[in-house]
Design a protein around this ligand. Structure first.
Ligand SMILES: [Zn+2]
Ligand SMILES: [Zn+2]
Length: 436
């Protein structure tokens, strides 16, 4: 409607200029018309009105069709750079880059659906603990603020393997995705009619992100039987119907550990991705000789998980959500302040320092993040006791008997199988949080 007013003014002004150039004033035009038959002013404005209406309706029709076309976007799977593929195939000759990109496309769609429906449990098996908790806690925090994110006309336009990084233990495949969506943050009580109206006016906007997949260097491709295609990466059994459990029904392997197959471990905005790439390489061999959990990918995913748990603890003003993942000292001296941040985003999670203190290993992880578009920098120190020995790589600690996630409460037994839950998990524990 705003356009219609603009068009009317446009035609009115152009007509007046035109009339002026013809050395004929507007009053003359009006007078001339008036002499012929009817009041000239009415005819003049009627013509302006009709002309504007035609242009307005035509432009709306074009925009609508343009929108409809965007929805039919076909996904492009680019032929990846040969050197990148070679880099992966030198560890895994069966690796099929094009198939991998297609599987990633399917995962992006599943993730999107789970996010929109607020059912992150549906993708728990397909992503790392850090990624799963990020989405789950983000949704919880938005709900606490009375906000929900709604999306329409989502379309994936390309999936492209752009970088492969190899460290001592893991390979990371970075995939750039381009997509379009109408994306709105709305109040929980906004009616369906209002949502439809807002969407009809919203534009389908493009966005791009880097999805980083991690796999142990010893992992291998089994054609048609990958985690992203819905199979246990160890025995190939279908993982459908596992619900929130992260354990295969047949071989009891932890599915999303990254030990056997690619698992989504990070989603980064393109702008910060370049920076996070340049992190220094720390030699971890002396630490890994003591404990296999001293791997960069495992530490960073764990820190990312702890960051989101910390945000949840702040939101509820209690140590409870992070208690099982903290060192006793930190949990006992927790200062319970309630802070509900909005628009939390994590840029980089980067292992900076690692050292021994006695038998214990300490890791300092730098976290670059923002809340409500204010930049923040934190340093999380994690510690690993000699007795910590979990076997699930990048996956979250879960019930050792049935694989179900631990409850958010301080319950002492698994709610699915009644197996006892430890007070503190067997993993890297949060020791201190400082401003960087
Ligand atoms: Zn299995
Ligand atoms: Zn259980």
């Amino acid at each position: 409607m705003k356009n219609f007013v603009i068009y009317t003014l446009y035609f009115l002004i152009s007509f007046l200029i035109f009339a002026g150039m013809e050395k004929d004033s507007i009053t003359n035009i009006l007078k001339k018309n008036a002499e012929i038959d009817s009041p000239g002013a009415i005819i003049f404005f009627t013509w302006i009105f009709i002309l504007s209406a035609i242009v307005y309706l035509f432009s709306e029709w074009i925009l609508k069709n343009k929108d409809a076309k965007k929805e039919e976007i076909e996904t492009n799977y680019y032929e990846p750079n040969g050197n990148l593929v070679q880099n992966i195939q030198s560890h895994d000759p069966e690796f099929d880059a094009l198939q991998f990109q297609k599987n990633v496309g399917t995962l992006v769609e599943k993730l999107n659906k789970a996010w929109c429906e607020n059912k992150m449990g549906n993708v728990r098996n397909l992503v790392s603990a850090g990624v799963y908790n990020r989405f789950k806690i983000q949704l919880d925090l938005m709900k606490k603020q009375g906000i929900k994110n709604v999306m329409q006309h989502w379309a994936l336009s390309s999936v492209d393997l752009i970088e492969v990084a190899t460290d001592e233990d893991y390979q990371t495949a970075h995939i750039q995705i381009f997509a379009y969506a109408k994306d709105l943050n709305l109040g929980y009580d906004v009616s369906k009619e209002v949502i439809e109206k807002l969407f009809s006016e919203a534009r389908q906007t493009p966005y791009t992100e880097i999805f980083s997949f991690v796999r142990k260097k010893t992992g291998k491709t089994f054609k048609g039987k990958s985690l992203l295609e819905g199979n246990c990466p160890n025995c190939g059994a279908p993982i459908e119907g596992l619900g929130e459990s992260n354990q295969c029904n047949h071989c009891h392997t932890i599915i999303n550990s990254g030990e056997y197959d690619w698992v989504l471990a990070e989603i980064t905005q393109v702008e910060v991705w370049n920076e996070s790439q340049s992190s220094k390489n720390i030699n971890l061999s002396e630490f890994k000789a003591k404990n296999k959990l001293a791997a960069k990918q495992i530490i960073e995913d764990r820190a990312s998980y702890l960051f989101w748990r910390y945000m949840e603890s702040l939101a509820v003003g209690s140590v409870e959500p992070i208690k099982r993942d903290c060192k006793i000292d930190l949990a006992n001296n927790w200062i319970s302040e309630k802070i509900l941040y909005s628009d939390i985003a994590v840029g980089a999670v980067d292992l900076k320092e690692i050292y021994f203190e006695g038998d214990e290993i300490f890791a300092e992880v730098y976290i670059q993040w923002s809340q409500n578009f204010n930049p923040e920098e934190s340093l999380f120190t994690l510690s690993l006791a000699p007795s910590a020995n979990k076997n699930s790589g990048l996956a979250e600690n879960s019930c050792t008997n049935c694989g179900a996630p631990y409850p958010d409460s301080d319950a002492h037994a698994c709610e699915y199988c009644n197996h006892p839950i430890p007070k503190v998990v067997n993993d890297w524990l949060l020791t201190t949080i400082e401003d960087y």
